[in-house]
Design a protein around this ligand. Structure first.
Ligand code: ZN
Length: 564
């Protein structure tokens, strides 16, 4: 899964990919692109279909980490991992669009060319994939995974048992019939190179478990059999360097959501935070007992904070680097492996800091009163995010009135209310840990003010999504309970500490009660009544829009930036 600021559950499709032994497959290049590509690729493109300020929505950030503790061999290993990741980047270009070099060479304006690089094609990923170069139609929903002229009906009536597989392209043979072209054949040369780099990296790895994983991942890349390496990845715990690589997420296939896109992350573990989280996990039973709700709703044993760790990312490639940048990872997606071994959650600390510095701070400067702005800190933002994850383990999973699990009872509303719960209980946990004397940087006021600023960040794009609604519920609940006030002169917000504390506890109680009662109608009413943006807030959000705050970040990354 990829995460922005909240988790999205999606079920991975399992399928065995059958190879095609028919006629010689046409090359990727012949099928690249989608409609109307040729007309644009021949002549240099100078005119964009978007205003120049749109090209500046991504704030550039250098992607670095402290590599001082790494040995020479580890640094050499990182170079191999980055090289292998670059290969994933090239493969993602082919899946998302087609021929990268031809597209980029045809764009004369460097800023426009850079925008095409960020978007991995001529379509604006943060504006509903609208084309920003002349000569291009809408982005094909199936990207370059399917023939551009294939209809849904043709696919759905196609008698091919493995057609919903994760690891194959759909192509046409010389007679125009559909066939499956497995990734390990379609991209054989590139995947062989990437596999060789992973084997070289394995030779350089001092950590035996990580070396074994790299070898298994190399084998997976050239066979499209990813389960064994996914299992091995769940068993490695103590490696200081981490790699996520392969065809993983299926969001790029907007036609069916079947086909996985190549991506990679190279990561360095943040030992200090990871140790700290393990320590906090010991408090979970106490925190569960002290939840601000009637006893029946806090009787369950809390889930552990197993496998939650902090990392610095030092390289993004392919799908993970396209458009909006992920700040947390939850993998593997393979359901069989999940059932056997669970998942691992990786919080990407330096990427969060990049978004905090470039997006969150400028928002706070517009919307938080001057005297509370020093309380908007990265440490508080990171703590709020980490404890959100831990807080998923607290609360209640089964209704107390025989309506089954909370998830069953609340159906399509379950995940939005669960995210709302994790947000509020994460904040509550921080407050409790501070009261217990645990050393956390900063003060509770930092967590509270940063939390409020985070709501503005999340609702900036409207309350239309389920998670946007959950944020609006929190905003309006806090407003009604006096948790913050708004200075009518400046239109800026001030946290009112004591009311904020009380509202945190009473909203936690409300959510836990709705969950424990499996109260589908109650949750729906809550979203209907409070999941709205009123005129006053809309004015404030409009001020944000006028301030031209970046929408996301783009990384300057690689060996030179890292000093490798
Ligand atoms: Zn969550």
């Amino acid at each position: 899964m990829r995460y922005f600021l909240h988790s999205i559950q999606m079920i991975a499709v399992l399928a065995v990919v059958a190879g095609c032994q028919q006629e010689t497959p046409p090359s990727d290049a012949q099928q690249a692109g989608g409609p109307a590509v040729e007309s644009a690729a021949d002549s240099a493109v100078n005119e964009a279909l978007i205003p120049p300020e749109r090209l500046e929505i991504y704030a550039p950030v250098e992607l670095t980490s402290d590599l001082g503790a790494l040995s020479t061999r580890q640094r050499q290993m990182l170079q191999r991992l980055i090289e292998a990741s670059r290969i994933m980047d090239g493969l993602f270009w082919r899946q998302a669009y087609g021929e990268r070099d031809a597209l980029l060479a045809g764009i004369a304006d460097p800023a426009l060319r850079h925008f095409a690089e960020i978007n991995y094609g001529p379509w604006d990923r943060l504006d509903g994939d609208r084309p920003f170069l002349p000569g291009y139609g809408p982005k094909p929903l199936g990207a370059n995974f399917y023939p551009p002229d294939m209809t849904r009906e043709e696919f759905e009536t196609w008698d091919e048992p493995a057609k919903s597989g994760l690891y194959s392209l759909v192509r046409r043979d010389d007679d125009g019939r559909l066939y499956l072209h497995p990734y390990h054949l379609a991209y054989r040369d590139e995947l062989n190179k990437a596999a060789e780099l992973l084997r070289q990296a394995a030779e350089l790895a001092d950590n035996a478990g990580f070396a074994e994983y790299l070898k298994m991942r190399a084998a997976a890349l050239i066979s499209d059999d990813y389960q064994p390496s996914d299992r091995a990845w769940m068993d490695i715990k103590d490696n200081p360097i981490e790699l996520v690589i392969g065809p993983i997420e299926t969001y790029e296939d907007q036609l069916y959501g079947y086909r996985a896109a190549y991506e990679a992350y190279v990561l360095i573990k943040d030992r200090a935070w990871s140790d700290r989280l393990a320590r906090f996990a010991r408090y979970l039973p106490d925190l569960q007992r002290n939840l601000p709700v009637a006893e029946a709703y806090r009787a369950e044993t809390p889930g552990g904070a197993a496998d939650l760790n902090a990392y610095d990312v030092i390289f993004y490639a392919g799908h993970s680097n396209a458009g909006s940048k992920t700040i947390a990872i939850n993998l593997p997606n393979d359901e069989e492996v999940q059932l056997q071994k669970g998942t691992r959650r990786l919080q990407l600390k330096n990427a969060m800091r990049a978004k905090f510095d470039k997006i969150m701070l400028p928002i706070a400067e517009q919307l938080i009163v001057a005297e509370q702005q020093p309380s908007v800190t990265f440490e508080a933002f990171f703590q709020n995010t980490m404890f959100h994850e831990v807080a998923h383990g607290l609360g209640i999973k089964n209704t107390i009135n025989g309506r089954g699990t909370v998830r069953e009872a609340l159906r399509e509303q379950a995940s939005a209310i669960e995210e709302g719960k994790a947000d509020i209980l994460g904040l509550y946990m921080i407050e409790q840990l501070r009261a217990l004397g645990e050393a956390l940087e900063g003060e509770q006021a930092d967590n509270d003010v940063t939390f409020l600023a985070g709501i503005f960040r999340s609702v900036r794009f409207g309350a239309s999504s389920a998670h946007g609604k959950a944020n609006m519920v929190r905003f309006n609940y806090f407003k009604e309970h006096g948790a913050f006030s708004r200075d009518p002169e400046s239109g800026r917000y001030r946290v009112e500490p004591e009311a904020f504390r009380r509202a945190t506890a009473s909203l936690a109680e409300l959510i836990l009660t709705l969950q424990g009662n499996g109260d589908y109608d109650g949750v729906r009413r809550l979203f209907e009544e409070k999941g709205i943006i009123d005129a006053e807030l809309q004015d404030d959000l409009d001020r944000l829009a006028a301030a031209a705050i970046p929408v996301d970040v783009v990384f300057e990354q690689g060996e030179a930036v890292l000093g490798l």
